[in-house]
Design a protein around this ligand. Structure first.
Ligand code: ADP
Length: 148
């Protein structure tokens, strides 16, 4: 039984995030999408809105669950019984950051991180880009996933 968490802010969950989860499905029996709630950050979309949108997307995919978490990522992984952390990489900047997190998390808990590279057509998409466009009243639907 291979279980992974996919932790993130997902403010909002983009087609880049969606693509990572879909491509990781054959690798795991269960993927728990962990919506982080950081008291320091004021999100654009509330936790409830983010969770509801992601649950709706994966309503027909029994391998995917959605939960919120407040603790350190490795503690969330342990609590859910996950042995893997799933993350995505777009750029060399992501690479350096993910490498440091993966090493720290492995040292703290023995939990391995599985990294998937983005597809080139999604490499420029980030939640912060989508939030910027939204704040200027632009249509963000091209960046949000449609249920497949
Ligand atoms: P965090 O705040 O933890 O970085 P994000 O919600 O921004 O959370 O992202 C969660 C994960 O998804 C990270 O590993 C990030 O690199 C990855 N990710 C974000 N956007 C994309 C994308 N367009 N393609 C592939 N991976 C992505």
């Amino acid at each position: 039984m291979k279980k992974a968490i996919f932790p993130g802010s997902f403010d909002p969950f983009t087609i880049g995030h969606y693509d990572i989860v879909r491509r990781a499905l054959p690798l795991f029996d269960t993927i728990i999408i962990g919506v982080g709630t950081n008291a320091q950050k004021k999100p654009l979309f509330s936790t409830d809105e983010r969770v509801a949108a992601i649950r709706d997307l994966f309503a027909d995919e029994p391998k995917v669950q959605v939960q919120t978490y407040h603790e350190l990522t490795v503690d969330f992984a342990r609590e859910t019984g996950a042995e893997y952390i799933l993350r995505g990489i777009r750029t060399t900047v992501d690479f350096e950051y993910e490498k440091a997190c993966a090493e720290a998390n492995r040292q703290m808990s023995g939990i391995e991180t599985v990294l998937l590279f983005t597809q080139p057509q999604y490499a420029h998409i980030s939640s912060s880009l989508v939030r910027d466009l939204y704040s200027y009243g632009k249509d963000i639907s091209p960046y949000l996933p449609n249920k497949k």
